[in-house]
Write a protein that binds this ligand. Sequence first.
Ligand code: NAI
Length: 324
Amino acid sequence: GIGPEVVGAAVRVLESTGLSFRWENETAGAGALATEGTALPERVLTSVRKNKLALKGPTGTPVGSGHRSINVDLRKRLDLYANLRPVKTLPGVKSRYDNVDLIVVRENTEDLYSGLEHVVVPGVVESIKIITEKASTRIARFAFEYARTHGRKRISSVHKANIMKLSDGLFLDCCRAVAKGYPEISYDEIIVDNACMQLVLDPTRFDMLLLENLYGDIVSDLCAGFIGGLGMAPGANIGEDSAIFEAVHGSAPDIAGKNLANPMALILSGAMMLDHLGEHAAAGRVRAAVHAVLREGAKLTRDLGGTAGTIEIAEAIALKVAGA
Ligand code: NAI
């Protein structure tokens, strides 16, 4: 997919900050499967465990059969329990909405992503949804701590506890218990179908969304649509020990290898990585450079209505970062 192209672009921009990076390049996904017989070789995990940090391109997962998602495997095996996805209106990007400023916090390790599926009898399949008190409390605490440290005012838990009374009910119980420890942050709950409708009507009504894995996955892509699409939406997978920074988007096989992919989502994920490292000034310069390129509007990829390629965009942003 577009992984190698957007990672190359993001590395180019991060290096233009003048910070000194020593990269370990690890191939995973389709490339590794072809040459090593596994999409997630042990060396990839070893590298992330050792460095405690990774910038990751998207990797494809076959539909209906084939190998398991290496994204799910990475998140579970490294216990990257929090998926943090800021959704903020960007200058110069056409959208139906102005001033969107949402934080999506998605639980990253359980739910229907446990991969526990089996055929009960031919024609009947069971998929098991796992929700635990431990993981739900942990993600709720992450969200409230984030709100406290980043001056956020309100968290909305998104659920379907009217139907999944036990599993989503447990998730809500945990969120409510954690919320009690943060009286300065208002807390409310909304059923996922209504949440989607309210978001599409007016995303500025929300501040932070707290979701289980599957709802978080779907709502993240929905929210990317508020700020210009998947090419603009950054993210991070955060655990106690390590963190992996990656865009919300997938491997986009339809545009892979054509220099058409918008690298901004991964470049902005790189800025989140710099913030995570305490390099706030460099992170700010990267964001300012992305904003400047967007404002000028002369170099944009096809998804934003332009004709520039991935490499050209990275070059334009890198030059601004270096000159800033
Ligand atoms: P996708 O996000 O790859 O693509 C959806 C649409 O958005 C496509 O039309 C694509 O061309 C466009 N798009 C995505 N990123 C773009 C970018 N940076 N610039 C311009 N256009 C972009 O989702 P899709 O097609 O559902 O999934 C493709 C593969 O990606 C699947 O195998 C899926 O499992 C995998 N995937 C991987 C993720 C990851 O590695 N974190 C996340 C989501 C999906």
